[in-house]
Write a protein that binds this ligand. Sequence first.
Ligand code: SF4
Ligand code: SF4
Length: 374
Amino acid sequence: MGKVLFIRQQTYSQPEIDSAVLRAFNHFGGITHFVSKGDRVLLKVNLVSGHDITRRVTTDPTIVRAVARLVLEAGGTPFIADSPGIDSFKSAAEKAGFMAVARELGIECAELTDPVDLPASDGADFKRIQVSRHVIEADKVISLAKLKTHGQMYLTMGVKNLFGTIPGRLKAGWHYNVGLNREKFAGLLLDIYAGVKPNFTLLDGVIGMHGDGPTSGDPYEFGIIGACVDALTMDFHLCGMLGGKLEDYPLYMAAKKRDMPQCELDPSDIDGDIPATHVFPGVKLPKTRSMRLLPSIPFLDRLMTSKPVHIPERCIGCGRCAAVCAAKALRHENRRLYFDYGKCIRCYCCHEMCPVKAIEFRESRLVRLVNMLR
Ligand code: SF4
Ligand code: SF4
C-alpha cells in the first residue's frame, strides 16, 4: 500500500464528499483505526482569517462535516479548531462555515488559545515551541488542510497547516524571530509537525488556490482530495504535480538538510485516482521565490526575495497589514503604506491579512535578472 491516497473529487456535493472521505479513511484501515470510543478529536482546519467560502482560502465545510460525522460514528468527540492570525475567531469561523457545522452537529468550535510547551522532537532545531493546550490535551489530531500556493513558503498543504496550532499573535512573533531565512522557518514547521504528530491528514484540493496564495490568489479546480498519515510525503509529491521545483520549496530543502527519508520520492508512494506523474496544467506559483543560485547570505537575502508593494487604488484603509507586521516595518496613514524594506523580513503576513488584495509582491531587479538567465 502507498503512503498517500489521491482521490479525484470535482465538486463539494455533500454526498460525494461523504463517500470520498469515507474512502480515504477506509484506505488506511477505517476511522476506528484512528479514533477510539471516548477520544477527544481535534479537527485542525485551515482558517487563516475571516474569508468567505467562495474565496477558497479555508478548508471547505463539507469536508469538515464529513470527518466530524465519521468521528461521531466512531464514538469520539470531535471539535473544530484553529487560531486566526488577526480576526476574531468567532466571526472568521462563522464566515468559513465552521460554526454552522458545529451548531448542526452539536459539537464545539474552539479557538486555539492558551500556549503551552510542545514536547520537542529528536533533532528539532527549536527546542521551545508553544502551541495551544487544546492540541496537547486532545487524544487525536486530524489535520484538515487546504491546497494553496504560499508567498513565503511557496506552497501550503499538510505540514504548513499545523503552524496554526500556535495561538494568535504568537505566530507573528515566530516570523520575526526566524527572520528572512525561509529554510529556517521551514525547519520550524518540521518541528511543529513532528511535535504535534497528527494522526491523519486530509487535504482539500477540490478547489484550492494558485497565484498569490494563501489568501490573495485565484481559485483553481484541482479536483483532488489527498489523504495520508505522513503529510511530508504527500506535500513533496504535490510540489512536482503543481509544476513546482523541489529546490524552490523551503520545506523540502529543510527536510533534505535533515536527511529525512521522505525526500526520496517514489511514484509507488501514491495510490488512488491521480498518479504522482500527473501535472496540473497552468498552475501559477508565487513570484516570491528566492534565488537558489546562491546560498543564503543574510545581507543578500533581502535582495533575493520579492518585496511587498502597495496597490493604493484597492486599499480600504483598514490597517490590518500594519497591525500584523511583527517587524514594525510598515506604517499605515490615510490609505498609504510606508514600508521600511531594511526592516522587512519578507514574511508577507501583511499580504496574507489584506482583505482586498491591495498588497502584491515585486521581485527585485537582481532576482529578475538571474531568473532570466536561469
Ligand atoms: S512589511 Fe509585510 S512582509 Fe515585511 S515584515 Fe511586515 S508583514 Fe512581513
Ligand atoms: S493594504 Fe490592505 S490591509 Fe493594508 S490598509 Fe489597505 S486594505 Fe487594509
